[in-house]
Design a protein around this ligand. Structure first.
Ligand code: GUN
Ligand code: ZN
Length: 434
């Protein structure tokens, strides 16, 4: 028996497909008394405990949880590491919020010691909330990305990040140049991309803060290395959209700016997309690009309501993002609570199984990582969470009234937050214990 072999027995639930494509019943597998077998950091078997236990050696270590649900680790497809210290900043919408709060906070990341300190807080916060993979904005400083990746590597996490490229319309203390952004990004790619479980994202902040030269160099980088990510913002706020039209009058709208500079494609993730027309959805879908739906941020900044049914109609890949520090929580459970309300305000439904999909397999598919993470099929990385039905007295009492896994799952998403996450496992190792 391998020394790193371990079994986990509990109720186990994971997504196997998008409910919008296959219907709710075919979108998940649920094992009321399940067993998850982990070998060397990977899932080696998943099934009913009664089927799997008899075949296991008598001396295998089985961790048995009562009143708990094992799900895949959560995947946050849009978050800003250097905004950890300014979450919950009062009173502004996007463009004023950036100038008043965000840029001054990001300035501090020129200092590697500061970046190191915040990287520890940030990664711990991800893990406390059950997030095992995130697509992460750094600041303009390479130091920020080094600090984040060093911490992620230490814990053997699957993470994606990149240095912000920003060479105009921002304070001097926070801008690079087209040239320096290219050279610095390239050095970070050479060092980090493909190391351990880490991936690099070319990260132009958004169209207004990049010159055409910088956007062209971002596109060039994507052509120079295989499997790089591209991570930016798109159509979040109406004033922002007007500004992009004024800055790029020759282009046919916001998405077309990115399209022109070859920034669409598989592994391109656009945060928000709150105000997209049908043609833009069509173009996102046909290029394999993804959108990060960030409900707490969209509500907090008053940006608008993301139209998930429109994205589903055009088969646009959609992941879930917290967008901290415009988002108000690191918790994807909490984010799903707000996502549900965003759908309600539009007369639409968000089922608990679609929610589970968005927070796990949907995110993995948006990131083209579903052959490694997003569900618990054998061969995948053993990135999973243990959710506690008794996390709070109210949750305990409410779940006692529940008659089905559908209902329990919805309660976890409506009442849940970091308190719900009892343990987080990454590559088979416990990286957070409440
Ligand atoms: N658009 C450009 N930069 C940002 C940012 O930091 N946060 C959000 N929410 N939108 C942006
Ligand atoms: Zn953002």
């Amino acid at each position: 028996m391998s020394a790193t072999r371990k079994a986990y027995r509990a109720a186990i639930l994971h997504s196997v497909a998008d409910p919008a494509e296959v219907g709710i019943e075919a979108s998940y597998e649920y094992f009321e008394d399940g067993l998850l077998l982990v070998d060397n950091g990977k899932v080696s078997a998943l099934g009913h405990a009664s089927d799997l236990l008899p075949a296991l050696p008598a001396d295998i270590d089985v961790q048995h949880y009562q009143d708990a649900l094992i799900t895949p680790g959560f995947i946050d497809t849009h978050i800003h590491f250097p905004q950890t210290g300014m979450i919950g900043s009062y009173g502004e919408q996007l463009l004023d919020w950036l100038n008043t709060y965000t840029f001054p906070c990001e300035k501090q990341f020129a200092d590697k010691a500061h970046a190191d300190k915040v990287a520890k807080i940030f990664v711990e916060e991800l893990l406390r909330n059950g997030t095992t993979t995130a697509l992460v904005f750094g600041s303009v400083h390479p130091e920020s990305v080094n600090a984040f990746f060093e911490e992620a590597e230490r814990l053997d996490l699957r993470m994606i990040a990149g240095k912000v490229m920003m060479d105009r319309n921002a304070p001097d203390y926070l801008t690079d140049t087209a040239e320096s952004s290219y050279t610095q990004s390239k050095a970070l790619i050479e060092h980090w991309h493909g190391k351990a479980r880490l991936h690099y994202a070319v990260t132009p902040r958004f169209a207004p803060t990049s010159t055409p030269e910088q956007l062209a160099l971002a596109g060039q980088l994507l052509g120079e290395y295989p499997d790089l990510y591209m991570h930016t913002h798109l159509s979040e706020n109406l004033k922002e959209i007007d500004w992009v039209k004024a800055l790029f009058p020759e282009r046919d709208g916001y998405l077309d700016v990115y399209d022109h500079y070859k920034l669409l494609g598989k592994r391109s993730v656009f945060a928000h997309g709150v105000h997209l027309c049908d043609e833009e959805c069509q173009r996102l879908a046909e290029t394999g690009s993804a959108v990060a739906f960030c409900p707490t941020s969209n509500l907090f900044l008053g940006s608008g309501l993301f139209n998930l049914p429109q994205a589903e109609k055009f088969k646009v890949k959609v992941g879930l993002g917290t967008d901290v520090g415009a988002g108000t929580s690191f918790s994807l459970l909490n984010t799903l609570n707000e996502a549900y309300k965003v759908m309600q305000l539009q007369g639409a439904r968000l089922s608990p199984f679609k929610s589970l999909y968005l927070a796990t397999l949907g995110g993995a598919q948006a990131l083209y990582l579903d052959d490694r993470i997003g569900n618990l099929k054998p061969g995948n990385d053993a990135d999973f969470v243990v959710l506690d039905y008794k996390a709070t007295p109210l949750m305990d009492y409410r779940i006692q009234q529940s008659n089905s896994i559908d209902e329990t799952l919805f309660v976890l998403m409506t009442l849940g937050d970091d308190r719900t996450v009892k343990q987080t496992f990454a590559a088979g190792r416990c990286v957070h214990q409440r």
